[in-house]
Design a protein around this ligand. Sequence first.
Ligand code: ADP
Ligand code: MG
Length: 447
Amino acid sequence: MALKPKPRTNALVRLLGVSKSYTQPDGYDIPVLDDITLDIEPGQFVAILGPSGSGKSTLLRIITGLVSPSYGTVLYRGRPLDGPNPHAAMVFQSFALYPWLTVQQNVEMGLMAKGMPLKERHERARRLIDLIGLNGYEDGFPKELSGGMRQRVGFARALAVDPELLLMDEPFSALDFLTAENLRSELLDWWLDHQLPTEAILMVTHGIEEAVFMADRIIILSKNPARVVADLSVTLPHPRNRKASEFIGLVDQVYKIVTGWDEAPTAAAAPADAPAAGEAARLKPIPTGHLSMLTGLLELVADRGGRDDLYHLGSELLLEVDDLLPVTDTAELFHLAKVEEGDLILTPDGLKFCEADAAVKKAMIRDELVQIPIFRLIERVLRSKANGTMGREFFIDILEEHFSAEEAEVQLATAIYWGRYADLFHYDTDAETLYLPDEEDADSEAR
Ligand code: ADP
Ligand code: MG
């Protein structure tokens, strides 16, 4: 369909044929967004729904003006966006608070950048801290707060600059179920009661129920590259009842549209009224298998024709089944083998893995890791940082929202170990920071 931009529009944001490609280290361009054309009108609460890696965050960054499209135009109130949009503010999944600043200082951050005088700044921040229910915590540091409270600070900081457009990138995904549910309802109340300075909200999510619960309009993106596959309006009155047949019907309809997605089969298969089915808010723990043991085990099984009895393997490797299971779980997670009737059976990829040299093994593991939520989380956070670096404590804090303190340590240690092996990210033991490898390093290693 030919583009016919209407010259007269009330749209706050207008995207015209926006496309974005990223150049890979090998020089090849990968298209992420393809020909996205849409308007966002004042008064709308829009949810953008798309699978992980589809380009939702990229789209938000383009709307904030932090990233420019490869093709196409972004208009804000009818004017082409040129550089960061001062009328937009963003809430991040990972909260992205400054750990060395207090709650109050974090909220004031954006105001300082705008050159607002101290007194006014203080007052405005206080008011917002009050609105979000954190009074008494002004002088606390992010570390002392729960995930839910930190995200409240994230909201206050974004709202402090009186944004006309509030952008939210999976704002509830890192929170536990109840905390997320409370914060969703509160945000909706503020919005519906006109307590927000904001004219429109654009929320990126991969939670279908979350979108149907909150938004007036749901835009569904495909993946590789992302195109708009549906643009639905949601007219159900608030507060929405998740058990109502209209609600379930709409959730079903969205599920049908997204069944083309190449992931989240469990979410799609879950009954529509199962709480948080579409949210996948909780991180699944990764098994803690040692990669050297994994390689050894797979090679042993390959020597035996690709199938062997687990008990037999364990006794030969002097391993109890309890020690062997994290390794076989890891093999299954990486699609290299499966366990059936007490046997470990290599998949075709598993056989290929055994024959591959170290570089190919690495690449195969890397391809698997990028599909796993905890690695996506780490990568997303690192990519969101200009220097590609983030302290381990930050990740521990996030993981503690999902696991016990002890398990969070184990999960991060395993993730770091695998991530380093696959060159997905690296770890500086002295500084205790995770960081992205240099593009150049990745490039030379790819050769
Ligand atoms: P989503 O938010 O939907 O998960 P993203 O917008 O973060 O997706 O990323 C979409 C795709 O673009 C991913 O494959 C990601 O690896 C890639 N990508 C994102 N940012 C960059 C970048 N700065 N350089 C190269 N590739 C990127
Ligand atoms: Mg994203």
